[in-house]
Write a protein that binds this ligand. Structure first.
Ligand code: BTN
Length: 321
């Protein structure tokens, strides 16, 4: 279906015959694919007698060729899929079929995108970024200290470089603009955490999705387009993200998280704020002091500093904060 979509993405009319010639298939086969676009991807196609077919609105698809050409020589190989359950799940499957990391999996949509704490990640077609980078980690989980926070910093730089300057971080790894979520990060491990293992760094960015769309998202959210008032080229965002990730991951490997801690705290929106931390059924109220050199949250609770780390924790601001 992707070759047909690439021809139609300009939003102009194309005759069935021209599409058939370009794709090397019959007009009947073109017709079948057009119906599949509508049925499977929910993309409305307009048909006008004598003119042909066009998409209801133009698209800008992810372009594997452009992404490969724009990266540096050492760039991570990138696979773009039209549709997948979850790019993280696909990355894990590719790992178990012996694909050698590093590599990146992108998709135009996810049918079962995963967020932290068992949440779904809403992933409509061709609107947002669904990105999974797989890396090999040697030397056990200590190497992973601060990783998800540093990924947040890299993502923040990439999003700001495209103009969303008010974006900031919320521990452990959400990106917010004016209290609304614009991006999230989900790290998943495979292998022996005490020895050689692999980490899948899953990143979801709300790029061109608009709040007017009827989406079932259970928290306040925004998108780059909503903030900027114009659409964003996702290919450009991927290029910037790869660049920033490669630079920050290099620094993390060489210098450790302690050297990046100040920068992270400088971009933490809830620094010094009174929050409620949810850990399972427990709710703990305190004031955010920052993070320690492992990336754990430092919270002042009843005059005593306590440290919190782990994937299942979440923060919200206190009403009086
Ligand atoms: C969060 O809850 O904030 C984390 C969201 C992570 C979503 C991304 S989209 C790409 C990758 N594939 C997934 O299924 N999830 C992550």
């Amino acid at each position: 279906m992707l070759p047909l979509l690439r021809l139609l993405q300009d939003g102009r009319f194309h005759s069935g015959e021209a599409l058939g010639v370009a794709l090397g298939v019959s007009r009947a086969a073109v017709w079948k694919q057009l119906r599949a676009l509508e049925a499977e991807l929910g993309l409305p196609v307009h048909k006008v007698r004598g003119r042909g077919y066009r998409l209801a609105s133009p698209l800008r698809l992810l372009d594997e060729g452009q992404l490969a050409a724009s990266g540096p020589d050492h760039a991570w190989p990138i696979t773009v899929l039209p549709s997948v359950d979850s790019t993280n799940s696909e990355a894990l499957r590719q790992l178990s079929s012996q694909r050698q990391p590093p590599f990146v999996v992108l998709a135009e949509r996810q049918t079962s995108g995963r967020g932290r704490r068992g949440r779904a990640w809403v992933s409509p077609f061709a609107e947002n970024l669904y990105y999974s980078l797989v890396l090999r980690v040697e030397g056990g989980v200590r190497q992973l200290e601060g990783l998800s926070l540093v990924v947040g910093l890299a993502l923040l730089r990439a999003i700001r470089a495209l103009g969303v300057e008010q974006a900031g971080l919320k521990w452990p790894n959400d990106l917010l603009v004016n209290g609304r979520k614009i991006a999230g990060i989900l790290l998943e491990l495979s292998g022996d955490p005490a020895d050689v293992c692999h980490v899948v760094i899953g990143i979801g960015v709300n790029v061109n999705m608009l709040p007017a769309e009827s989406l079932s998202i259970d928290q306040p959210w925004t998108s780059m387009r909503a903030e900027l008032g114009c659409g964003v080229d996702r290919n450009e965002l991927v290029g910037l993200l790869n660049e920033q990730l490669s630079a920050y991951l290099g620094r993390l490997r060489q210098e450790g998280f302690a050297k990046l801690l100040e920068e992270w705290q400088g971009n933490h929106l809830w620094q010094g704020r009174r929050v409620v931390l949810t850990a399972g059924t427990q709710q703990i109220e305190g004031v955010v002091r920052g993070v320690d050199s492992t990336g754990a949250l430092r919270l002042l609770v009843d005059g005593v500093e306590r440290l919190f780390s782990g994937g299942e924790l979440s923060l919200r601001l206190c009403n009086d904060s």
